[in-house]
Write a protein that binds this ligand. Structure first.
Ligand code: ADP
Length: 799
């Protein structure tokens, strides 16, 4: 919901940004295209004006042609005049068509057309005038020529009088030449003379009339021309005005566009700014969330680690006392008691058994969570495993009156190689559950084997006729801390970890587990686990009865542990075996007792008050006591036990009777470790770094560092030893030798190690100064040889 709340403003803002950008972009686009269009229309020529000007030019040409013709009477001009007139007609039509498209100039165009046509009419009339005058002149000239000829002829020739015609007929039609008749012409000549004069007069008069008519036309023409040029000027002005108007409009539009553009840029800037603010705000928030998350994660991891550590430590620490109680109650139950005590002991035993299972489950759970379980494969007989399972579960089945059947399918002699312990744990857990949730009927374990190549699949079926598990719960019962709500659970308890551990272990073994169940009918678990074929010659020895170990018969042992229950557990077993024992609560008591008694075996706890187990064991060994010493160790003590060869062996707590029996048998027969080590490793002065390499997983840096450290430590130790030798501080020398022993041991030089240990013993014992001096000298020499070897090694290997 919160996520949606954060996303809504972001989505809205995005929509607003996109719409604003779109709108502004659209505005700007429109404005720009308007400007471009207006500029385009401005750049186009005004066709009307051009055409009108063209017509005016043509009209001028018409005028010129007519004038030229009137002056020259050249017919070419006449022809030109006609063709210009034709082109004028075409232009009129064009102008007309423009006017049809653009009606705004209707008046102007009409005026132009009218004026142009008037002008043409004027010039047509003027031309006609000239044409008629030209004819008159020609006729008149011919006439006068004829008259002249007649006048010059002698009177002997009489001219028959020509038919009488009108003046214009005579002008236009050639007069018929008179038929010569010889006559007296004097009178006639005079008359003709008079006639010519009259004709000339008439011609002059006509010329006069034509000139005045032409003048009228010219005036008219002038008027028309003026009108036309006025129109052209008006058109030009109109054009100019429209250009001015359009450029003003374009300027206005450009200003508007600039304004829009600046608004657009401003809004883009503001929105971007807003987006940036939001972005950085979110970034800051997400960073702070990340920090908080990281902190929370580390915290949770720490908590989980602490929890794991707590569970692991508590369950581990609880195992020792719980096992002690369990072991003791087991031992006590084997003794004779009155009925009431026996019953009480049985209750204690059952409760402790349950507690042991609980602690073991918790411990396993914590180790499985940390993936800290190592498989321990051994060669084992399947029959042995089944036998142990029967022994473990039979008493419960009998107590509940349930048949417990194991079907082995003739697999008794099958030897397998795998983690028998974990397999046993899986099966016991499933059978315990089956018995727990079944009140009558049977619990059956069926074993079958499937072989695939080298691999053997052991297939187990654990079925019961109990309460069953509802289908919807069948998956979740494998989860941790899951218990179904049944009356049995409330009564019998449990942790809800059993099946979780079972599934994890089955997976760890590489197998799988499935379940089939029907409520009130029963449950069946199917487990399939891959195992290898085992080697019967490598079968582990199993002790079925734990009688007194032969090596301890008639001997006394010393039990050293500050925990009373641990001592008590051991004491009980030794009492059963009829082996004598002494007890000590700390290392010092053990050293004192060892000084006075001869013990066949000493069981030494490591961590104790007053004096710890290692120190005590060292002192006992140093005093020349020949007892074998077995360290009673917890896991955390393993390193310190390995570093000190004062122990012949170690027994990990918690242990059972079998483990105790086993270790007694092996340790008492074995030669003391010190002697063995001395025999094997005597006189080795050459460093052998194989152990160091193994420890460092072959890392050369680790090896180099260790050698460097050894060189420094050993030289510093030798120097301090020399100083302490002078001041006769032998205790300090002992301490120095003790500290040097461990590094020397890592270099695997047993000869030098022996010398260190001898020096340590000598100084501890407070031996005489000459011997101590000699031993120190010997050690100095051996160390210097060893260090030279190591330096050469360093140079050679780590150039
Ligand atoms: P618990 O330690 O409580 O037995 P488990 O993990 O072993 O825990 O079992 C989880 C739950 O599964 C049990 O509490 C029980 O309700 C159910 N369950 C396990 N095995 C059976 C069975 N054979 N028959 C019926 N219910 C079973």
């Amino acid at each position: 919901m919160k996520r949606i709340k954060i996303e809504i403003p972001v989505i809205l803002l995005t929509i607003v940004i996109i719409s604003l950008l779109g709108l502004s972009g659209n505005f700007v686009y429109k404005s720009l295209s308007e400007i471009v269009n207006s500029m385009l229309s401005e750049s186009k020529p005004d066709n009307t004006l051009i055409l009108v000007k063209d017509i005016a030019i043509d009209l001028n040409e018409t005028e010129n042609m007519v004038r030229l013709y009137s002056l020259s009477n050249d017919n070419d001009y006449l022809e030109n005049y006609r063709s210009v007139n034709e082109s004028l007609e075409a232009k009129f039509e064009e102008l007309q068509s423009i006017y049809n498209i653009d009606s705004s100039r209707q008046l102007l165009v009409d005026s132009v057309l009218l004026l142009a046509q008037q002008k043409i009419v004027v010039w047509e009339k003027t031309l006609n005038l000239h044409l008629s005058r030209g004819n008159e002149h020609e006729a008149f000239n011919q006439y006068t020529e004829t008259l002249d000829t007649v006048l010059n002829v002698q009177d002997t020739v009489h001219f028959e009088e020509a038919e009488k015609r009108g003046f214009f007929k005579r002008l236009l039609k050639k007069p018929q030449p008179p038929t010569p008749v010889i006559v007296d012409r004097t009178v006639e000549k005079q008359r003709l003379q008079q006639e010519i004069e009259a004709l000339e007069k008439e011609l002059a008069q006509r010329n006069q009339q034509m000139s005045s008519a032409e003048a009228v036309y010219m005036r008219k023409n002038l008027e028309i021309s003026e009108n036309l040029s006025e129109i052209i000027t008006a058109l030009e002005r109109q054009e100019e005005e429209s250009f001015l108007q359009q450029s003003q409009e374009a300027e206005l539009l450009a200003n508007e566009t600039y304004e829009r553009l600046s608004y657009f840029a401003l809004s883009v800037f503001l929105l971007l700014f807003l987006v940036l603010i939001l972005f950085f705000r979110d970034l800051r928030k997400s960073r702070s969330y990340q920090k908080v998350l990281k902190k929370a994660k580390t915290h949770a991891e720490n908590l989980a680690r602490t929890k794991e550590l707590f569970v692991a430590t508590v369950s581990h620490e609880m195992r020792t006392p719980v096992n002690a109680i369990y072991g003791l109650s087991e031992q006590l139950l084997q003794k004779q008691h009155d009925e009431k005590t026996q019953e009480d002991l049985r209750v204690i035993f059952d409760s402790t058994k349950h507690l042991t299972e609980l602690v073991n489950d918790t411990f396993d759970f914590s180790r499985l969570e940390k993936q800290n379980i190592q498989l321990m494969p051994v060669h084992f007989l399947l029959d042995d495993l089944l036998h142990k399972i029967i022994l473990y579960n039979k008493p419960v089945a009998e107590a509940k009156n349930i048949r417990f059947i194991v079907e082995r399918n003739k697999l008794e002699k099958l030897v397998l190689f795998g983690d028998e312990g974990r397999l046993k744990q899986i099966l016991n857990n499933l059978i315990t559950n089956a018995l727990k949730f079944t009140d009558e009927g049977e619990v059956k374990l069926t074993v079958a084997v499937k072989e695939q190549k080298k691999q053997i699949y052991l297939e187990f079926e654990i079925s019961d006729t109990g309460i069953g598990i509802p289908t919807e719960s069948q998956e979740k019962i494998f989860n941790d801390f899951v218990q179904l709500d049944t009356g049995i659970n409330k009564k019998a308890g449990g942790t809800g970890l059993g099946l979780y551990i079972v599934k994890k272990l089955v997976n760890l073994l590489g197998g799988k587990i499935t379940i089939e169940s029907e409520e009130n009918k029963g449950t069946c678990f199917f487990v399939s686990v891959p195992l290898e074929k085992g080697d019967s010659t490598k079968l582990q020895q199993t002790f079925k009865s734990y009688d007194t170990p032969a090596a301890l018969k008639g001997k006394t042992v010393l039990i050293v542990d500050d925990a009373a229950f641990n001592r008590y557990l051991l004491k009980s077993i030794f009492t059963k075996w009829k082996v004598d024992f002494d007890e000590a609560e700390n290392g010092q008591e053990a050293v004192d007792l060892a000084a006075q008694n001869n013990y066949a075996l000493i069981f030494m706890d490591i961590r104790m008050p007053v004096m710890n187990g290692i120190e005590a064991a060292s002192k006992i060994k140093a005093s020349g006591h020949k007892s074998r010493i077995i360290a009673l160790s917890a896991n955390s003590d393993a390193n310190s036990i390995n570093d000190n060869d004062v122990f012949n062996d170690s027994l990990k707590k918690p242990f059972d009777e079998a483990a105790l029996y086993n270790i007694i048998c092996t340790t008492v027969e074995e030669k003391p470790v010190n002697e063995k080590a001395n025999q094997e490793k005597s006189l080795s002065y050459q460093p052998d770094l194989s152990e160091l390499k193994r420890m460092g997983n072959g890392d050369p840096e680790f090896l180099k560092e260790m050698i460097d450290l050894f060189l420094k430590t050993s030289e510093a130790s030798m120097q301090s030893m020399d100083e302490n030798l002078e001041s006769k501080n032998y205790e300090a020398i002992a301490e120095l030798a003790h500290k040097l022993a461990s590094p020397v041991k890592y270099m695997n030089v047993t000869g030098v190690y022996n010398t260190v240990k001898e020096l340590e013993e000598l100084t501890k014992e407070g031996g005489n100064s000459t011997t101590i001096g000699q031993k120190t000298e010997q050690l100095r020499n051996e160390i210097s040889v060893l260090n030279k070897e190591l330096e050469a090694l360093l140079k050679e290997k780590f150039k």
